[in-house]
Design a protein around this ligand. Structure first.
Ligand code: CUA
Length: 344
């Protein structure tokens, strides 16, 4: 092969490789990782992408060079020269991809094993090693419970940074799927079984929790938020929440209202809530009257069995029935808080 041809081949390969690299780097293909697991997944992604760019540049340069140099001239109707196999070439193009694919599978296997790893919890040890969170999915809401903190319930997933977290995910109705794009993994929420997901958040901030399995009419609304905070802040949140929710009176009611994210669907002025997906809770007395029930009984029933009476103008089956599982004291505090018009 002439030296000039090699220079041309390499030049075409460099241009194609640079173009592919620009596409790979110039577009934010992946969310900005916020967990150790997502960081490892990103590593596999870039490992594979680099191999792909090199192979693409190689193949593209040979194809483009061949099109330019060896195309038939106008009026040339001859057959091409008869060519037999080239054993050396065939061995090379079989062995190289085999090696590359094997290396990809080894790297993937290491990452998958590391991503599934969780420290074994021993009794009375650090509640953050790992932090166990029970995740319950239901049409169309998420609920997060912290067994190490008196089974504290929250509608937002609050997590400490740099601590291993074991999510135990299940569903009470249909199949949903838990996904925080920045954490890099998904896990199905299946009724009747518990699936685990290991996450070690390593970047602070608030990220969306998304249901990523079509689960019914409110699927697109089935979202929450996860907040990754310093360890101290998480511990004081968990302990403060335990205290507030365990209290009585209006402040406990407000704490439950906030912990369950009632404000993401309802308007209730005393709690600073302004959402309009569900009925206005400032008008509960009038709504109870329309339902023909005493106020407190109406509120209680609307929380635990929301389809028993649906305010005209609002669709059925949108309000989750998940709140029926609230501890009785919290449920009572919430009912009293709402019935009193938000008195603390
Ligand atoms: Cu739950 Cu989609």
């Amino acid at each position: 092969m002439r030296r000039g041809s090699i220079v041309q081949l390499v030049a075409i390969g460099v241009v194609c490789g640079a173009g592919a690299t620009a596409v790979a780097l110039g577009i934010p293909w992946l969310p900005h990782a916020a967990s150790k697991q997502a960081g490892r997944i990103d590593f596999v992604f870039w490992f594979v992408t680099t191999i792909c760019i090199v192979i693409f540049a190689l193949v593209a340069s040979v194809i483009i060079y061949s099109i330019l140099k060896f195309r038939a001239q106008p009026g040339d109707d001859e057959d091409g020269p008869p060519i037999h196999g080239n054993t050396r070439l065939e061995i090379v193009w079989t062995a190289v991809p085999a090696l590359l694919v094997t290396s990809i599978s080894i790297v993937s296997a290491i990452v998958l094993t590391k991503n599934d790893h969780l420290p074994h919890a021993s009794a009375a040890s650090d509640p953050l090693h790992p932090l166990v969170v029970n995740v319950t999915a239901q049409q169309f809401a998420w609920s997060f419970k912290y067994p190490a903190f008196g089974n504290l319930a929250s509608a937002r997933l609050e997590l400490p940074v740099d601590a291993p977290v074991k999510l135990q995910i299940t569903s009470v109705d249909v199949t949903h799927s838990f996904w925080v794009p920045e954490f890099g993994q998904k896990q199905d929420a299946v009724p009747g079984s518990v699936n685990t997901l290991a996450i070690t958040p390593d970047r602070m901030g608030s990220f969306p929790v998304i249901c990523t399995e079509l689960c019914g009419l409110g699927h697109a609304l089935m979202r929450s938020t996860t907040d990754v905070m310093p360890r101290d802040k998480f511990l004081s949140w968990a302990k403060g929440q335990q205290k507030k929710l365990g209290g009585s009176g209006g402040s406990a009611g407000l704490a439950v209202f906030k912990a369950q994210s009632c404000s993401s669907c309802h308007t209730f002025v005393p709690a600073g809530a302004t959402a309009k997906i569900g009925p206005d809770l400032d008008k509960l007395p009038a709504e109870a009257q329309r339902a023909g029930q005493p106020l407190e009984q109406f509120i209680h029933e609307s929380i635990v069995n929301p389809n028993a009476y649906v305010e005209p103008g609002y669709p059925k089956n949108i309000m989750p029935t998940i709140f029926a599982q609230l501890p009785k004291a919290q449920l009572d505090a919430l009912v009293k808080f709402l019935a009193s018009g938000g008195k603390q």
